[in-house]
Design a protein around this ligand. Sequence first.
Ligand SMILES: [Zn+2]
Length: 235
Amino acid sequence: MNPDLAALLKLQERDQAIMAIEAERKALEPELEALDAELARAEAELEAARQAAKEADQRRAELEGKIESYRIMQERRRQRLEWVRGAKEASTLMAELDLARSVLAKEEAEWIRSADRVQEAERRVQELEQVLEQVRQAQAPLRETLAAKQDELAERLAAARKEREQAARNVPKDLLAQYERIRRGRAPMALYPLHEGACGNCFTAVPIHRRHAIQDGQSITHCEACGVMLYHVAA
Ligand SMILES: [Zn+2]
């Protein structure tokens, strides 16, 4: 075999090894993304519950303020009632006091409900805090395993890249440039074997005279259709 071709095939083998490790790495992504999504969901639910608790607390505080001002107004009416002399004015004031009393009672009932809602919302926050903690704990061993796999793959990738560099050094510069150019193109690889008289990548038939040149193993030819390098494997 042409030694340049042998060097090119060795290089391609190293590139395929790198691609295989990269594919393994990519295969880990969906699992990691699923873990991240699960965690994000639990965090978002907790955040929404915290927001709801804050709003419930604000609502309760608003009602407290309102009730306090009603009480002050009511107290003033009572004081006025003590000084009022006219019967008509007194009865008007009495009616106002009655009305205000029922309004106040309604607001107080609403305040009790709002206080219940605050408690409920705070319970929900605590529940979701626990859920988030459980998700974190459940994920921890999976994340550790994934991280270990990623570290291992990163190490293997670094080693494979070093081997690739060494293999590239054995390929003449012009051929290496051609090889790199083809790899940047659409074909998944740069070298393909001749397959029943056709290009092993795009299956375009190779003219007979060029086929002979490939088959004697002495020259490296490009496919006229897709541009990959063609070689022949002796049976
Ligand atoms: Zn082709």
